[in-house]
Design a protein around this ligand. Structure first.
Ligand code: KG4
Ligand code: ZN
Length: 343
């Protein structure tokens, strides 16, 4: 039974995990940096790198301890090499290289997006391919066709903002705390999501691409007109007008994500859907996918929240695919901030 240590540091979470035999998560430890970035309303790369440096040693140690093992009990190390912020990526990559060299075990370079796509398999190893995977996070919004294990074909992507980025920017505009997604999710619950009809981007030529910047501008214009921009956080969270505004925004994003995913399924003749990335935590989105699954006869898989936002268990899970094929990285492998997934 092989054990892989996963390491993730591509953005603002320092994470390590030990996964055994593809999907048994023996430990998954995550140190979030929301506290240090919150006052800037977004991620500050230099601060993120420094915090990763401080945290990574203790996080790896804790992941090994919680898994009831030691470094000597690990068979390979899987690390996120991209895409992401170069400084933060380098911290994880350097630690992984040093450990692999010292322990004399294989190093596996994992694409962060492949990690997200593989995250539903941690809890559902029975998932059968082909599948359409929606990766919806703070940095990415894209649909992939996964015809077989380890093969990814990009079907569409966002032309501007990622969905999570739109959540974060709308929250910031309204004076809500960072990261905006979880706050909007919470305060939109029970509000009137039909209060405002925001326009949805319509793409030409049957394109399945996403676009959220027009919606973001429409939200800004409405917030300005209604005097809701840049309010105080505590007031904004309880204001009925703000809650209706963000609920209407959230509904528009969710409808766009679900409708486009359904169109991709029809076009590719696929009935299995994977939904991954931080925004897949969103309760309104999850409900919409459950309803869509029932209405259209689809099998939809969404990981539990702890495997949805950035974590290292998903990196180890993706690492297993490469481990089984003997696809190992050289010890001089570098971080690649713009690494694309698939073709
Ligand atoms: O996957 P992730 O942890 O990091 C990236 O790879 O980007 O995703 C973080 C993003 C942030 O934009 C955050 O606001 C969003 O996911 N997010 C949510 C929710 N939880 C996190 N968006 C909407 N609803 C949520 N419940
Ligand atoms: Zn991510």
């Amino acid at each position: 039974m092989a054990k892989i240590l996963g390491i993730e540091s591509s953005c603002d979470e320092t994470a390590a995990a030990v996964v055994e035999d593809r999907c048994h998560v023996l430990s998954s430890v995550i140190a979030s940096q929301d506290d240090i970035h919150a006052k800037y309303g977004g991620i500050v790369p230099e601060l993120a790198s420094r915090r990763h440096l401080e945290c990574i040693g203790p996080i790896v140690t804790e992941a090994l301890e919680r898994a009831g093992t030691t470094a000597a009990g690990i068979d390979a190390i899987a690390v996120t090499c991209g895409p992401g912020l170069v400084g933060p990526l380098l911290v994880g990559v350097c630690v992984a290289k040093a450990m692999a060299w010292q322990l004399g075990i294989p190093l596996i370079a994992v694409n962060h997006l492949e990690g997200h796509v593989r995250s539903p398999f941690l809890e559902h190893p029975e998932i059968e391919l082909p599948a359409i995977a929606l990766v919806v996070s703070g940095g990415h919004t894209a649909l992939y066709l996964c015809p077989e294990e380890g093969v990814y074909r990009m079907v569409s992507r966002t032309r501007d903002d990622a969905a999570g980025e739109a959540f974060d920017k709308v929250a910031r505009l309204l004076g809500l705390p960072f990261p905006g997604g979880p706050v909007i999710d919470r305060i939109a619950e029970g509000a009137n999501e039909h209060a405002i009809d925001f326009p949805r981007a319509v793409m030409k030529n049957q394109s399945l691409d996403f676009s959220f910047s027009g919606l973001k501008t429409a939200v800004r214009n409405r917030a300005m007109a209604d005097g809701l921009a840049h309010g105080a956080a505590a007031e904004a969270e309880t204001s009925p007008a703000v809650r209706d505004l963000v609920a209407s925004f959230q509904r528009t994003v969710v409808e766009s994500l679900v409708d486009t995913t359904l169109r991709a399924c029809r076009r590719e003749g696929v009935t299995t859907v994977l939904v991954a990335g931080g925004v897949a935590c969103n309760r309104r989105l999850r409900r919409a996918f459950v309803e869509a699954a029932a209405a259209h006869g689809l099998a939809v898989f969404m990981p539990s929240p702890r495997f949805t936002t950035d974590n290292a268990a998903m990196i180890a899970a993706a690492g297993f695919l490469h481990f089984e094929r003997g696809e190992f990285a050289p010890l001089d492998v570098n971080a690649d901030p713009n690494w694309k997934l698939g073709t």
